[in-house]
Design a protein around this ligand. Sequence first.
Ligand code: C5P
Length: 239
Amino acid sequence: MNNTPPIIALDFASAPETFAFLNRFDGEELFVKVGMELFYQEGPSILEQLKHRNCRIFLDLKCHDIPTTVYKAMKRLAGFGVHLVNVHAAGGKRMMEAALEGLEAGTSAGQKRPSLIAVTQLTSTSPEMLHEELLIKTPLAETVLHYSRFAEESGLDGVVCSVHEAERIYQEVSPSFLTVTPGIRLADDQKNDQVRVATPADAKEKGVSAIVVGRSITKAEDPVAAYQKIVREWKGIKA
Ligand code: C5P
């Protein structure tokens, strides 16, 4: 995923809202993320419409279920022609292996299998929440590293983590393991419900594979200008 542009989280309620937003970008080739809200509203047809607009797609459905169910879900998702899909690492090693087997079984000969990544800890999770609500006493960064190790052992292509954990994953798991990082904010932006945030410049410095940006672009007064500012920071281009 070298030279991946910022992945825009299309957290919109419908296709018309999504395309009203995308039309502002004047045909520019974009990498977008379709999450639960949009997918549950529009179904697979939204993916066809986005592909028709030349978008690369991260389908962010964060599957987390028993291995057989995740295998079958991934077998279906493999036919959608998207670039990236994900599961929750908390589903365990056997579930992640089943996810990969499902994707491989559902990818037709001659087609490229979508990359599969595992969510470690959500970027909205704080150390306090992990310890007090989930009763996980291990330090948050250690849990992310541990989940990343067993995602790699399960054959996955990478993980979703915050920028703050990416460097250790790169050093201690594998330099070729993808780190896809949400929780990205420009220095002056609101954090909203995110906790472990970082700027695009921090992400570049830490060597993450890709950044995912939602509200800093979608809720900006001028989304195209916000996107371009993020692209410049992410690529290290001085203003
Ligand atoms: O608006 P914002 O930039 O916070 O959006 C981040 C996007 O990334 C949301 O669509 C959210 O579902 C997703 N995400 C996340 N943390 C994860 C995995 C996905 O914020 N660990």
